[in-house]
Design a protein around this ligand. Structure first.
Ligand SMILES: [Zn+2]
Length: 457
């Protein structure tokens, strides 16, 4: 067999749409054009009547993350496999050292866990404490491992969170390397104080989780992160932005010339906080930080997306099973492992509720799901583009299909899906990963360990 040819589809990029065949061999795109002549024996993917996108990139996942006394339920193989089933062909996950742990030791742990991935993967390095040694190791992982983005948490104070002084140190060091700092914005001490008061008052059910982390606590931290980056003359990337207060801070900063990149996730666009009122501890499935917001914030995010103020829609994929993991917080919402699955559903949700509903254009869809994350995180044009020489990571999407999301049929290794019952328009018919057809009409043909580590610039 010699390569794969995608015949007769309509290629969609952030700027154009046109009909052409795409020929892939040796893991890269070799030719694009009408009625391509290809070697005999090339596998043919019939994309007639279908759309052809660059492979999706999810720049925010947590596979097999040790967190809150357990480990997230998708490992690097099952998590990337679920991604491939949904048209995501690369992830950027997080190396998260504990406070006081060497960055290099954590790097070795995560790198060895990730070898089982079936799609390409990179890492952001979380910096959870800061001193001269950490500064040296930030330089080291940047040079040796091609890690060009660093993550900080303003929440989780006392664990993986950093204070403002440490955050300034991380921003300055990253800036001197030409690397980007990404920040989880919630006022850590404010959250702790609200959590203590709620629990002391006997308010321990999942529905009190959002009350312990209101939107204004996120807005304050977003504004502060931007301010600290501005002091250092550096850009900043806000992960999983969820609310109007944060968006207001971003808009103000952008008007004043500060470079702020923004990421959100489908759950913040599509769900509202009524999910926490579900009976029988079912609200626990939606416990994540920041939490799902009250009605109103979603429209702000959709408008920001349409206006080009949001650069990437990622997932924060971090699943925990209801049966034996979420239940750890049965008597205290602060002990419910934070996170949910989403990597398989991201592209289809954004196509259905963004493009098909007319909220964003199909070009914006490709931009925020596939191209912008590659550009921002140093993978472009190897990833995020359909052009000769790029990696052969391609999605064929059939707009004529339809389905309904359910935990009964998803590939995530968890027993709940936070988008249970959501109707989907269109569907991925084929995912090509590294030049191989890894998903075809529901049939997942991924190979454990086929994913490669992505050094970034
Ligand atoms: Zn996260």
């Amino acid at each position: 067999m010699s390569g794969v040819v995608i015949r007769g589809g309509e290629i969609i990029t952030p700027l154009d749409r046109y009909h052409a065949d795409v020929y892939c061999d040796e893991g890269v795109i070799k030719a694009i054009g009408p009625d391509l002549d290809v070697p005999k024996g090339a596998e043919v993917v019939d994309a007639g009547g279908q759309l052809v996108f660059p492979g999706g990139i999810d720049a925010h996942t947590h596979m097999e993350l040790p967190f809150m006394g357990t480990v997230s339920a998708d490992d690097f193989f099952t998590g990337t496999a679920a991604g491939v089933a949904g048209g995501t062909t690369s992830i950027i996950d997080f190396i998260i050292p504990s406070r006081g742990q060497s960055l290099l030791e954590a790097r070795d742990f995560w790198m060895s866990n990730a070898e089982k991935a079936c799609a390409d993967y990179g890492f952001h390095m979380a910096v959870t404490w800061f001193n001269e040694q950490v500064e040296k190791e930030m330089r080291q992982v940047h040079h040796e491992d091609g890690i060009s983005s660093f993550k900080t948490f303003m929440a989780y104070i006392g664990a993986i969170g950093v204070d403002d002084d440490e955050l300034i140190g991380v921003i300055d060091t990253a800036g001197s390397l030409g690397a980007l700092v990404t920040t989880h914005c919630e006022h850590g001490l404010a959250v702790q104080s609200l959590q203590r008061k709620l629990v002391a008052a006997g308010k321990t059910a999942p529905k009190y989780h959002p009350q312990s982390r209101p939107s204004w606590v996120e807005g304050e931290a977003t504004n502060r992160a931007i301010t600290l980056a501005r002091c250092s003359g550096q850009p900043i990337y806000i992960v999983h932005l969820t609310c109007k207060e944060s968006m207001d801070a971003v808009i103000r900063a952008r008007q004043e010339g500060v470079m702020v990149f923004v990421e959100t996730c489908p759950q913040y666009l599509l769900l509202d906080d009524s999910v926490y009122d579900k009976p029988d501890f079912e609200g626990a499935a939606y416990v994540m930080s920041p939490p799902i917001r009250p009605l109103g914030h979603q429209e702000v995010l959709w408008n920001a997306l349409a206006a080009g103020l949001i650069h990437h829609v990622a997932t924060d994929h971090c699943p925990f099973r209801q049966a034996d993991q979420k239940v750890m917080g049965k008597d205290d919402f602060t002990k419910i492992p934070n996170g949910a699955a989403g990597i398989e559903n991201r592209m289809a949700l954004m196509y259905t509720y963004g493009v098909a509903k007319g909220r964003i254009s199909i070009h914006q869809f490709v931009d925020v799901c596939c191209t912008q994350p590659a550009k921002i995180f140093g993978l472009y044009p190897r990833k995020g583009a359909i052009r000769v020489g790029a990696d052969a990571d391609i999605v064929v999407y059939d707009p004529a299909r339809s389905s309904v999301i359910s935990a009964k049929t998803h590939h995530h290794h968890v027993d709940r899906n936070i988008f249970e019952g959501f109707a989907i328009e269109g569907g991925v018919s084929h995912t090509i990963v590294g030049g191989k057809v890894a998903f075809k009409d529901g049939d997942l043909r991924v190979e454990r360990g086929a994913g490669r580590y992505l050094r970034r610039t």
